[in-house]
Design a protein around this ligand. Structure first.
Ligand SMILES: Nc1ncnc2c1ncn2[C@@H]1O[C@H](COP(=O)(O)OP(=O)(O)O)[C@@H](O)[C@H]1O
Ligand SMILES: N[C@@H](CC(=O)OP(=O)(O)O)C(=O)O
Length: 452
């Protein structure tokens, strides 16, 4: 049994829905479809999830909402019309949106309920269309399917007991269409996964039914060695390990959600990244082990923006037992998660995502706490950092990756703010200033891959 997840780009309009219906029809092993909300139809267009977020923003600010509701329903109406489906679906969609707006008072709850609508409405539409073309299909809400999650709005984590509940999907006599991106908390609230989280739903369902394959249909035929919007015609990856993929997707490869690897990797369920617009191409396979090609120690290079580093100096820091523990306690007190902590004998840097400091004086408060508690001699803040991460299982056995990279950067006159090798030895991080990011990525990429 295969589980197929279709991303927003695969479901952005009626023509795309027809393609995914053909894909489902063409392989009887595809028994479960997990669907996203309609994505962008062209550059400059808006994803339905973003329209729903805008609806929430206007509603909570007391601004007009009618135009946004019309636009959201309009996106589905265009599809219902072209696919020849019944209009009562649209009445139902509008009723649901209006009932959430009227009945849910808590802001964060309302946001999650509204965000879930993109996927929820699309799943109903896809199921109706499959039936219209003769595929026996049924829509199943994540609550009915058994997706139980923690109660942290917009940041749900799966509760493990869900797997037992979801197992029944194995025996469904029909093709089941499940909306991605959200589940239900034990108290019955809708809670969404982080953005891009339909990949997570697909992985959860694949693991629950012990699928032979988790197919992730998107708008590219392969995962490439670098983001194709940053490097022209990057090298295509045919096989990549779960560990490599997790490192790369966490650090900017937006094609697959990093948290979607957790449900499947222990159970060795392979993932295929495939293109809805070219389903005949096999795509990239994500697996537990791959053949190591000695001349290619690096498989991918990602570039992730928006980091801040705090570098603290204190003479004899190395002698102070508990310094790092107390620093991390301060981070926890301020609800901050960190990415890296490179250190020296009398200094230590902590790198965090800058968006955690947005909107108030949090950074100043953190610095004040560090100064009070740790009595540092100086703290230097560097904003607008970019992390370039080089990843490859082969790096463990290969000498000279760091040298090769630093030489490439120095030849291009790019200053490195920090270097850190991951404990797993399959990744290495180089922090550079935002202004140098694109040049640095080019310099490093073409050091490992030929121009194609
Ligand atoms: N290394 C990479 N390889 C392939 N695609 C990538 C990579 N990094 C970023 N992407 C982007 O990921 C996009 C697909 O992901 P996403 O927009 O989430 O699709 P979907 O709508 O199917 O969920 C591609 O169009 C591509 O621009
Ligand atoms: N629609 C949600 C969830 C998702 O996974 O979408 P996509 O498959 O289009 O990345 C989002 O935009 O975040």
């Amino acid at each position: 049994m295969k589980v197929a997840k279709f991303g927003g780009s695969s479901l952005c309009n009626a023509a795309q829905v027809k393609k995914i219906a053909d894909i489902m029809k063409s392989d009887s092993e595809r028994r479960i479809a997990v669907v996203s909300a309609p994505g962008k139809r062209s550059t400059g267009d808006t994803k339905v999830t973003d329209m729903l977020i805008a609806l929430h923003a206007n509603h909570t600010a007391g601004l007009p909402v009618e135009e946004i509701i019309t636009d959201i329903i309009g996106r589905f109406a265009a599809m219902v019309d072209e696919l020849g489906l019944e209009y009562h679906l649209l009445e139902k969609y509008e009723e649901i949106l209006r009932s959430y707006l009227a009945d849910i008072n808590e802001k964060k709850r309302l946001l999650d309920a509204l965000k879930s609508c993109g996927e929820d409405f699309n799943a109903q539409l896809v199921s109706a269309y499959l039936n219209k073309i003769g595929v026996d299909a049924t829509y199943m809400c994540p609550g009915e399917a058994g997706i139980l999650v923690t109660d942290e709005p917009s940041n749900a984590l799966l509760l493990p007991e869900s797997y037992d509940r979801l197992e029944k999907l194995k025996d469904a006599g029909q093709v089941v269409v499940i909306p991605g991106f959200f589940g239900y908390s034990k108290s019955g609230q809708i809670v969404t996964f982080p953005r891009g989280g339909s990949d997570i739903t697909g992985a959860i369902v694949a693991r629950a039914v012990n699928a032979s394959l988790y197919e992730n249909f998107t708008d590219v035929s392969f995962i490439y060695s670098a983001d194709p919007s940053r490097i022209r015609s990057p090298h295509k990856i045919e096989e990549i390990t779960y560990r490599e993929m997790r490192e790369l997707s966490y650090a900017g490869f937006g094609v697959f959600h990093d948290e979607a690897l957790e449900p499947v990797y222990k159970h060795n369920i392979p993932i295929m990244i495939r293109n809805t617009n070219a389903p005949e191409i096999e795509g990239t396979k994500i697996v537990a082990e791959r053949e190591y090609i000695p001349r290619m120690p690096v498989i991918g290079i990602s570039c992730d923006e928006g980091f801040t580093s705090l570098t603290m100096n204190k003479y004899l820091m190395n002698r102070e037992v508990g310094f790092t523990r107390r620093l991390l306690q301060i981070m926890e007190d301020h609800d901050l998660s960190y990415e890296h902590i490179p250190s020296g004998i009398d200094n230590l840097s902590i790198i965090l995502r800058s968006n955690q400091f947005e909107g108030n004086d949090k950074l100043a408060a953190v610095i004040a706490d560090i100064e009070d508690t740790l009595e540092t001699e100086s703290i230097h803040v560097e904003n607008d950092l970019v992390l370039i991460i080089i990843v490859g299982e082969g790096m463990k056995h290969h000498i000279g990756v760091a040298t090769k990279t630093t030489v490439a950067l120095s030849k291009n006159d790019i200053n490195i703010s920090m270097i850190n090798q991951g404990a797993s030895e399959i990744s290495m991080m180089f922090a550079v200033a935002q202004k140098d990011a694109q040049r640095a990525l080019h310099a490093i990429y073409y050091n490992y891959f030929d121009e194609s």
